[in-house]
Write a protein that binds this ligand. Structure first.
Ligand code: ATP
Ligand code: MG
Length: 414
């Protein structure tokens, strides 16, 4: 969709901002440009809407050399969002968002109606429409910036560190909101950040730049974590990439076993008879209630009569990642992670050792993009002892339908 062919940008002072960049950005996806300060991210971004003209090479949009399109016309189809939102301070929020439709000659009434629609789309209450930018928080201003960029419903969106100026909690909210919005809008987005975690969370593809405007690697987040091209990328990606890449492996494919589980109506004697250090107590719908420690059990009564140790957290076979599963094992008092199906019923248990062995055993599908691996394939790779939940076609379909095999759902832990 957007293509860079041997593109360079040299400034008269001798700076090479971008050096021989060849890159093809997919339509309808989020491509993140990431790298240290001064590596040419903003320059690359601005060459897409002709705010910066390349010294050499060609940038094309849908197969057309963008030099053949007049800049104003080109920019009509390209929204632009910058850090601090860049709002007009003397215009109301509504009028800020109505800017582009007004420029396009929509007429005041229609432009404002569109602006109101866009404010709702980015999650701002209508009551804010009449305020001025200084009366909004940084995060709210950033949402207005996104709404304004969407004014003419452009197919392409350029975003230059849009969430960098806000605190980590607000940034997390904005990122989640942004992914939700993109699911609806399917824009072709070029997103600049210097934060690799943000890149991994948001990007369908990531271009890592090194100083001097050179592309170091262009890959999916999961491949970047699993196979960094060189030491620079490995360093840039960070140390705990082994754990982080588990976010891209679906829990649906992990092998679980039955485990020691009893209904809460069972007697304490039955629990002791299992001869296990911990027994998982479930309700009448097989939903997990907690763990009973065998050593502490009295002689009489039912499991309803005894205090249970909390589960820590369970993980869902529909939508959660292997990272969530491993975390569940590490936090569980019994050291067993409890996997639940779409209804929240226990599908099985596994300890951290079993989980990591299974994850390692999936070999290729661990490194591969989840889109390619898919639920069924991951399940196959995990072998015959596969989980009930994941083998259940309804659960698998559900996971598919919810788009969880894009690796984006349950992505809070990404
Ligand atoms: N107009 C200019 N004249 C000369 N050099 C420039 C000009 N604009 C940018 N540069 C230089 O080009 C290089 C790339 O700049 P660019 O703004 O693309 O970096 P960046 O990756 O966006 O950095 P940051 O993360 O700090 O925003 C830098 O060394 C910068 O100093
Ligand atoms: Mg920049």
């Amino acid at each position: 969709m957007i293509r860079f062919d041997a593109v360079s940008k040299n400034y008269p002072n001798g700076t090479t901002a971008v050096d021989g960049l060849s890159l093809e950005l997919a339509e309808g996806g989020i491509t993140v440009l990431v790298g240290p300060s001064g590596c040419g991210k903003t320059t690359t971004l601005r060459m897409v809407n002709r705010m910066v003209e390349p010294t050499a090479g060609t940038v094309s949009l849908r197969g057309q050399d963008i030099r053949e399109v007049a800049a104003p016309e080109l920019r009509r189809g390209i929204g632009y969002v910058i850090q601090h939102a860049g709002l007009f301070p003397h215009r109301t929020i509504l009028d800020n968002v109505a800017t582009v439709p007004l420029l396009l000659g929509w007429g005041k009434k229609k432009a404002r109606a569109r602006a109101a629609e866009l404010l709702e789309l980015v999650g701002l209450p209508a009551t804010m429409a009449k305020r001025y930018p200084y009366q909004l928080s940084g995060g709210q201003q950033q949402r207005v910036g996104v709404a304004r960029a969407l004014g003419a419903d452009p197919p392409v969106l350029l975003m230059d560190e849009p969430f960098s100026a806000v605190d980590p909690i607000v940034r997390g909210e904005l990122q989640a909101e942004f992914l939700r919005l993109q699911k609806e809008l399917h824009k072709t987005i070029v997103f600049v950040t210097h934060d690799i975690d943000e890149a991994i969370k948001l990007g369908d593809n990531i271009a890592v730049f090194r100083t001097g405007g050179k592309l170091a690697q262009f890959d999916t987040p999961e491949r970047l974590l699993a196979h960094p091209a060189d030491d620079f990328v490995a360093d840039f990606v960070g140390q705990d990439r082994g754990i982080r890449r588990l976010s891209f492996v679906q829990a649906a494919g992990l092998p679980l076993r039955e485990g020691p589980a009893l209904p809460v109506t069972a007697s304490v004697a039955e629990a002791r008879a299992l001869d296990e250090p911990w027994v998982l107590v479930v309700d009448d719908a097989r939903r997990p209630l907690g763990w009973a420690e065998a050593a502490g059990l009295a002689d009489a009564g039912t499991l309803a009569d005894i205090p249970l140790a909390p589960l820590g957290h369970t993980f869902s076979l529909v939508g959660d990642s292997a990272r969530a599963a491993l975390d569940a094992a590490l936090l569980s008092p019994s050291r067993l992670a409890v996997g639940v199906d779409a209804q929240g019923a226990v599908a099985g248990v596994a300890d951290a050792y079993e989980l990591s062995a299974a994850i390692a055993g999936t070999g290729g599908s661990l490194g591969a993009a989840p889109e390619a691996a898919g639920v069924a394939e991951t399940a196959e790779a995990a072998g015959p002892q596969l989980v009930k939940g994941a083998a259940d076609p309804a659960a698998a379909e559900d996971a598919d339908g919810s788009g969880s095999n894009t690796g984006k759902t349950g992505g809070g832990d990404r």
